[in-house]
Design a protein around this ligand. Structure first.
Ligand code: HEC
Length: 105
């Protein structure tokens, strides 16, 4: 019985320890470029793929070699006739994700 209890406590503290680590990681990711990645994951990855490799939309893993940040921002704002919807994200979020993507070369 005592042994079981100890196992329970070790197990519980492990879980708490891991949860605390995860929380700390998120806090550290509060830079502009990490914001872009987060926005991409939430708003763009459903069509462009979780790793920028494309899906229903084209791959964006080398998009920075093709377009500047402003051009990417223009695509986000206006969309394209080929299926890219306009204004998936706006304002600051659009700016951050465009900046993040412009670095993918
Ligand atoms: C509903 C699906 C969908 C979503 C959501 C979506 N896209 Fe697209 N996107 C597309 C499609 C389809 C194309 C290809 C359009 C074309 O060829 O005209 C495209 C094209 C692009 C292009 C141009 C690629 C090239 O090589 O010319 C960029 C840049 C882009 N998307 C960025 C984004 C960003 C950033 C987001 C999130 C804010 C996003 N997209 C969300 C479907 C989507």
């Amino acid at each position: 019985m005592k042994k079981k209890l100890a196992t329970f406590f070790i197990g519980t503290s492990l879980v708490i320890g891991l949860a605390a680590c995860g929380g700390g990681d998120d806090g550290g990711k509060d830079t502009a470029s990490a914001g872009g990645e987060k926005i991409y994951d939430q708003k763009c990855s459903s069509c462009h793929g979780g790793d920028l490799k494309g899906g229903m939309g084209p791959a964006l893993d080398k998009i920075g070699a093709k377009y500047s940040k402003d051009e990417i921002l223009g695509i986000i704002e206006k969309g394209t006739s080929g299926g890219m919807p306009a204004n998936v994200v706006k304002g600051d979020d659009a700016d951050q994700v465009a900046e993040w993507l412009a670095e993918k070369k």
